[in-house]
Design a protein around this ligand. Structure first.
Ligand SMILES: C[S@@+](CC[C@H](N)C(=O)[O-])C[C@H]1O[C@@H](n2cnc3c(N)ncnc32)[C@H](O)[C@@H]1O
Length: 220
């Protein structure tokens, strides 16, 4: 999903694989590997050296996007962190975000939190995609900062992306089925011994119904 460009930063780089692969594919000229811990950065340096691309990489230690202040960067990747942390890192350094042509975001947990923030904030959603590795689904967003963003529709409490529906993402029916299964599993375990549990039951039942309707629409 990352467009070919000059400089891409990988925030929370850990092993550095994203930049190493982008350099291998000649999609970028320079990669900035950034992490808030020394251990991951050392790992990224070792992997980059092994892959023969270390000369095209810079390594920076610090919190989130603040390591990019004043650097010429075209795009940034924030992958594998939680949706809450990803949202907070964007919000904390919006001055950096505004200067980027794009951000590729791949939250490892709570993607709906990030989706709600992006859909209601100054962001244009350029693309969304689902990825499946074995049984697990991952969600990726390609976005850019925009003062007058297109308003995106909320589907089932931000669990499902509008672009995924528009693009007829091939994994969407299976993804919806998984969300239905997850909801049903929680419903089956609910002990209805309090008012809050009864409210939760109603919310989950309505959510499952909406997900089924969406799945039927996809099939039709
Ligand atoms: C699970 S790894 C994800 C690695 C890689 N981005 C991926 O998608 O496979 C999360 C990485 O984010 C780093 N990290 C966590 N909080 C961070 C922050 N506030 N700023 C920068 N890096 C952070 C961690 O040190 C860790 O290396």
């Amino acid at each position: 999903m990352i467009p070919p460009t000059d400089v891409v930063a990988d925030i929370g780089t850990d092993h550095g694989y994203v930049l190493i692969e982008l350099l291998r594919q000649n999609k970028i000229k320079t990669g900035i590997a950034s992490d808030n811990k020394v251990g991951p950065l050392d790992k990224a340096k070792m992997n980059a050296a092994e892959a023969g691309v270390k000369v095209n990489m810079q390594f920076t230690l610090g919190n989130g996007l603040e390591t990019l202040k004043g650097l010429p960067v075209n795009g940034a990747v924030l992958a594998g962190m939680g949706g809450v942390l990803t949202r907070d890192l964007l919000e904390k350094d919006l001055s950096v975000v505004k200067e980027l042509d794009f951000l590729l975001l791949q939250p490892a947990q709570n993607p709906e939190v990030l989706r709600e923030y992006l859909y209601n904030g100054p962001f244009t959603i350029l693309d969304e995609a689902l990825i499946r590795e074995e049984r697990r689904f991952y969600e990726a967003f390609l976005v850019c900062y925009c003062d007058h963003p297109e308003k995106m529709a909320e589907y089932v409490n931000y669990l499902v992306g509008e672009r995924l529906i528009q693009n007829q993402d091939p994994l969407l029916p299976d993804f919806l089925e998984e969300k239905i299964r997850e909801g049903e599993a929680i419903l089956a375990k609910l002990e209805l011994n309090s008012e809050s549990a009864q409210i939760r039951q109603q919310v989950l039942t309505a959510r499952i119904k909406d997900l089924r309707r969406l799945k039927d629409d996809c099939a039709g």
